[in-house]
Ligand binder design. Sequence first.
Ligand code: GRF
Length: 223
Amino acid sequence: MPAQPLRVVVLISGHGSNLQIFIDSQSSGRLPIDIRAVISSRADAYGLVRAKQAGIEHETLLPQDFTSRECYDHALRDRVNRYRADLVILAGFMRILTPVFLAAYEGRVINIHPSLLPALRGLHTHERALREGLREHGCSVHYVTSALDAGPVIIQARVSVQPDDCGESLQRRVQYQEYRIYPRAVLWIAEGRIELRNHTVWRQGRRQDRPLVVTADDDLESL
Ligand code: GRF
């Protein structure tokens, strides 16, 4: 474990179940992070309640209070700067970040996306996976760039699509995998085992040209 916990800021827009996993992992000591703040782009995000209950600083930054995406990102950058974050974790943050924010936090912003990227970028991935008759679906943890859901992928978890799946059942199983792989990727970053160099993921000093892919049965401890 690193001597100092990784200082993180979590950005949310909604339910915050991934945020809750980070809160629980921090308080149980499983993850060496210090969640300095939670910032939401919506005032009614349930994740704000979770932050409050955990005694974590939380604030809202509403898009309607800004005239452009860039102005919003300026303000967001200034807020995140205040917490001296080593890492910015997007957990259901429903906005595309511009270079105004990303230039300041290059290589230090990660996201979880509910698909096996590059497949199914964008929204409604579970329904689209069913509509397209995919037999495999899943989720990906990736570094964030200003192109939508297109940054280098750290780890993916595969989920098989069952014949009787509906959007909700598939989402449930995918989210279960999100709760496994997202904290694991953050652990690797905290331990200095993963980093982004020249738009490429480096894992334990080696270039990782293809994302690490796990299935529901894999033991992540051994990776
Ligand atoms: C997650 O399922 C994630 O894949 C996507 O947004 C969802 C957020 O859920 N990026 P929650 O707010 O963490 O519950």
